[in-house]
Write a protein of this length. Sequence first.
Length: 403
Amino acid sequence: MSSAGTATLLTPYRGGAIAVIRIRGSNAWSICTRHLRTGQTPLPAQPSSNRIYYGHWQDGATRIDDVLVCARCADGPDDVVDVSVHGGVRVVQRVLMSLEHAGVRIVERDQESHSSWRPADRVQSEADRLLVRAPTRRVVRFLSRQRERLPDELRRLADRAEQAPQDVREALSALRDRTKAARLLVDGIGLVLVGPVNAGKSTLANRMLGRTRSLVSDLAGTTRDAVSEPGALCGVPITVVDTPGLRPSDDVLECESIRRALPWIAGADLVLVVLDRSGPWPRTFVADEVPRLPNKPTLVVLNKLDLGDRWKWPHKGWPRPEIKAVALSAMTGEGIDRLSLSILDTLGLDAAADPEIAPFTERQERAIDELLSDQSAAPAALRAGIMQLLGGDLVENSGTGLV
């Protein structure tokens, strides 16, 4: 670490009400005082850890923003100072630039590894890394619970592994069953909208996001490339991908746009097939494109409910009767809540409640799979594997303490 230290943007790098920048290093406070103006002359040589300083951030003669500054307790010789500013992207850029000019090195969140609250194990460390970029309050609440409850449960299972190995394996299997829902909550749901041209996919995408991100027009083929935007459903992060209408075309640009949309469809957690119920039955799309959709969770959206229905559902031409359908109007918003609940239900998520205890990372999921794959492993090996899952590099092989 350089003598001037590092600065990290802890909050997501996009517009918001508040952004938090952490300055770390032996000179963090002195660097902060070069830019902080509070009306006090002078600021103390050492900050009080139980005080918040209010003032404004100054870069030379330029006043950038009002700020709140607090010092944090830290292990080791480094000062840790958190600066809260208004969350406009340009404001954050200006504050970071002023720090960079002072010799501070700007690092990504994942490199801000020395937390003021040292994690006791690897599970807590993973929760901490995810918490700093959690996009919704629901994700923050879930990760905060798992930070304490999952390690406690793993320690309990490790303590019982040698006396009741089969019971422990069944408990691990139950944890494994909750992993999918937990990871969808933490990582977010990828939703891809597909359908024939003019089915209302862009209007639906805008409605789900609560803002206009896709261009809407009555002209067929307006969406020429996949548009990906973040949002949330009932506190669950989502990414909505609006794709071009799928149809045969002699237009080279349109064909290329459709080809580029295929990887989005293949990588989706859930596919929404949007059909215009007020128009004629989309025979060509259903016959040519629906059979080629990937075998993954899918919902049919019967759109334009406000304009009436020219055909009944289920239609005799629909080839996949196992797929559920939701009728709505993307234009008026009628039925959007039903769609949100159907999306979560299809993926095994609850609209409000989350698993009390659940693994939430790929590493944790993979480690449990390995433990369950060897049903003949000795109880001592089962215990050691659970402690490895809990701690990895942070826990001694015996599981009795931290390295």
